[in-house]
Design a protein around this ligand. Structure first.
Ligand code: SF4
Length: 331
């Protein structure tokens, strides 16, 4: 039954595959590993709609992994600005340099796994999609489809079932077929079972409880933190600095200020910007100062888009400028 279900899904994929700039059409020549790897890193925690234009810009600037490896950290981090999860960008830089140094991507899942920042999923995705290896990349879409088709709630069982289901020799296409099905038909809420090529094979659909698979994880409450950012403005310029290379937003352009903490500092802020990170929320208090106190540069306000600021600081600056215009709305 499951071999036939796999055939049905591949057939559906050959007619309905999403056209994406990092993809080769179904059944055709494999995609370059550089494009697969770059897209997979960008797509972690980020939507296809957001990634598509950013991927194309990256590729235009750095068409090969060697070109990316030769670029400076600052250029790459600035191009990454706004995509969030900046550890990905730093791993991307380290990984590109290792690959350039060794003369290209390794072709096996095990060797890919040794590269900086390549987790189990990305290594399996590059191995399957770019090298045609029989690897099984399980992202959230794939996990949901497999959990529902087999009626499983346990994660380890889902991984095991996926391994038995994956058709040998078509691992890349099958992974992308599952990803597309999970994104368009087997959606987290209100799956479109009547339009699904797997409706006659799917255990969850037969039970009428697709929404119950996979089992939901309980969300932990996010802790709350506080930070100070110095708002140093002279006319049409604002003083920016660069964050330390290690740690959250490492190496990114930023407003200056001390390390964040768990206690609310006593300060008289011009404005407070609240930002949600994956693991905590932050109240960033923007406090005016007259002179720079640490290394940095004067950034023209009209050139902020080119400063490579992550979303936190871009929004915080917007917040400070709005508060200056309308002090009543501040903090
Ligand atoms: S039949 Fe429904 S639950 Fe099963 S794979 Fe298709 S869309 Fe998902």
């Amino acid at each position: 039954m499951h071999a036939k279900a796999a055939d049905r899904l591949l057939h559906h994929y050959s007619n309905h595959a999403r056209v994406l700039p990092w993809r080769a059409p179904p059944g055709q020549a494999r995609q370059e590993p550089y494009k697969v790897w770059l897209s997979e890193v960008m797509l972690q925690q980020t939507t296809v709609a957001t990634v598509t234009p950013r991927f194309l810009r990256f590729l235009e600037r750095w068409p090969t992994v060697d070109a990316l490896a030769a670029a400076s950290d600052e250029e790459i981090l600035a191009e990454w600005a706004g995509l969030g999860y900046y550890a990905r960008a730093r791993n991307l830089i380290s990984c590109a340099r290792v690959i350039a140094e060794r003369g290209g991507f390794p072709g096996s899942e095990a060797e890919l796994r040794q590269l900086p920042g390549l987790g189990a999923y990305t290594a399996a995705a590059v191995a399957a999609i770019a090298f045609g290896a029989d690897a099984v990349p399980i992202d959230t879409n794939v996990e949901r489809v497999v959990a529902r088709v087999f009626g499983l709630t346990d994660r380890a069982e889902v991984t095991e079932a996926a391994r038995t289901w994956w058709p040998a020799g078509r691992a890349g296409d099958f992974a992308q077929a599952c990803m597309d099905l999970g994104a368009s038909i087997c959606r987290p809420r209100q799956p479109l079972c009547q339009s699904c090529p797997l409706k006659d094979d799917c255990r969850a659909a037969k039970l009428g409880t697709a929404h119950a698979f996979p089992a939901r994880k309980l969300k932990k409450a996010r802790p709350h933190r506080f930070g100070l950012a110095w708002w140093i403005r002279q006319g049409d310029h604002v003083w920016l600095t660069r964050r330390p290379a290690q740690g959250l937003l490492g190496g990114m352009a930023a407003l200056p200020g001390p390390e964040w903490g768990d206690e609310r500092p006593s300060a008289n802020p011009l404005a407070i910007h609240r930002h949600g990170f994956t693991h905590f929320t932050l109240d960033l208090m923007l406090v005016p100062r007259t002179e720079p106190t640490e290394e940095g540069w004067w950034q023209a306000l009209k050139g902020l888009a080119d400063a490579g600021l992550p979303t936190l600081y871009r929004r915080a600056i917007e917040c400070a400028l709005a508060a200056e215009r309308e002090p009543r709305l501040a903090a």
